[in-house]
Ligand binder design. Structure first.
Ligand SMILES: C[S@@+](CC[C@H](N)C(=O)[O-])C[C@H]1O[C@@H](n2cnc3c(N)ncnc32)[C@H](O)[C@@H]1O
Length: 322
């Protein structure tokens, strides 16, 4: 594989040993990496494929797409689109079913560490938070226009923040006088309401609010739910879907999805008068979970909260699920 980026600049991908072991069962196959980032996992997957194998990657971040241009490998292609759109994008290119789909969801280190992207309260920068900064509302624009109740709901549900209502009220009062334009504006405002965590003094009071607004701005949970269903319809029988998530809101969605795929009969109304052979058949099988080893957590702190869940597509024809 030709490579124009020095390997010392590449970050360590999470569960980098386990991902190819779980995902690649046919080295001549076609694989999808829905979250290219800086291509850590993509490069590992490519290194395990034969000359016949192919990898199609996606990312919604234009900077990730630009960095993918460093991979000069004819087996590799990159598409700028949200992963919920991956089936439409592959259909447009007349791709058939694929052998494996991988998602490493959330934000990348380069996104968090660039003050201009506005993801972090650690650096001052424009309050943006869009993964695709070529379209959509910035966090600043959303906070300027959203209803107080909507802001409170987002901070409560996606941040699991008990001061959500008070934060939302204070934001709405603040915006009558001034604009929340920077990460510092928002971090300082939230810090006037949320006390420091007594157990974890290192945690900034705005941590949960930033997470919540980021999830809402990028519709992260909606993207994940749609991508899981779409992925199921894109896999060959025996194909693998593997998803790494970093917090409980996402992991819960992935876990429930695989449960409902592996045990669909448990998810239908038991009062329905169905015979055993009329019960829906499993669309996925062998669902499992892998956590990072202690060794990996020591070397790569980003791995600490990661969970990978994966399962294998059965030969049962795909049916649309809720
Ligand atoms: C955790 S990073 C992936 C890191 C990557 N596995 C690596 O080794 O470099 C997540 C990436 O997924 C992208 N992303 C998140 N949600 C997305 C979505 N709905 N559609 C497409 N890309 C998304 C982000 O822009 C980010 O670049």
């Amino acid at each position: 594989m030709q490579e124009t980026q020095p390997s010392s600049l590449l970050h360590i991908p999470v569960l980098y040993k386990e991902v190819p072991e779980v995902l690649i069962h046919n080295s001549d196959g076609v694989y999808v990496d829905g979250t290219f980032g800086r291509g850590g996992h993509s490069r590992i997957i490519l290194s395990k494929l034969s000359n016949q194998g192919r990898l199609i990657a996606f990312d919604r971040d234009p900077e990730a797409i630009a960095s993918a241009k460093n991979i000069l490998d004819p087996r590799f292609s990159i598409i700028h689109a949200p992963f919920a759109e991956m089936k439409n994008e592959l259909d447009l290119r007349s791709e058939g079913l694929v052998d494996g789909i991988f998602l490493d969801i959330g934000i990348s280190s380069p996104q968090i560490d660039d003050p201009q992207r506005g993801f972090s309260f650690r650096f001052n920068g424009p309050l943006d938070m869009r993964m695709d900064n070529s379209c959509g509302l910035t966090a600043s624009q959303w906070l300027e226009t959203a209803e107080e109740q909507e802001i409170a709901k987002v901070i409560k549900e996606y941040g699991e923040e008990k001061f959500a209502s008070k934060i939302a009220r204070t934001i709405v009062q603040y915006r009558e006088k001034a604009k929340l334009e920077t990460t510092e504006d928002l971090a300082n405002l939230v810090a006037t309401i949320v006390p420091r965590n007594r157990k974890d003094q290192g945690q900034h009071p705005a941590t949960r609010t930033f997470q919540a607004i980021r999830i809402a701005i990028n519709d992260e949970l909606g993207q994940l739910k749609r991508a899981l269903n779409v992925a199921g319809s894109m896999l060959k029988p025996g194909g693998i879907l593997a998803v790494i998530s970093f917090h409980s809101l996402e992991d819960r969605i992935v876990k429930r999805f695989f449960d409902s795929m592996v045990n669909p009969a448990r998810h239908i109304d038991p009062r329905l008068p169905l015979l055993p052979d009329q019960l829906p058949k499993a669309l996925f099988e062998r669902s499992s979970r892998i956590l990072p080893s202690e060794e990996e957590k020591d070397v790569n702190p980003r791995a600490r909260s990661s969970v990978m869940r994966f399962a294998r597509r059965t030969s049962e024809p795909w049916r649309e699920t809720k």
